[in-house]
Design a protein around this ligand. Structure first.
Ligand SMILES: [Zn+2]
Length: 70
């Protein structure tokens, strides 16, 4: 999980096509929004799953810093 410097947003390179950046809003008063959970081992999880309907249509869960394909 890479942080882009904005606490209100998480960003990571698309794990499917590696061709675009996925931005996940973390502010609860905006939609859609994601909840990020940081674990003791330094990894992070996102909820709900990330689903990009345009571009490559990537859909995955990020759990403990690892991509889990749906
Ligand atoms: Zn992609």
């Amino acid at each position: 999980m890479e942080e882009d410097g904005f606490e209100e947003q998480a960003a990571m390179l698309c794990p499917r096509c590696h061709d675009h950046i996925l931005h996940m809003n973390l502010l609860p008063d905006e939609r859609p929004c994601w909840k990020i959970t940081c674990h003791d081992d330094g990894t992070a999880s996102l909820h709900p799953s990330v689903w990009r309907k345009k571009d490559c249509g990537v859909h995955f869960w990020l759990r403990r810093g690892r991509v889990h394909w749906t």
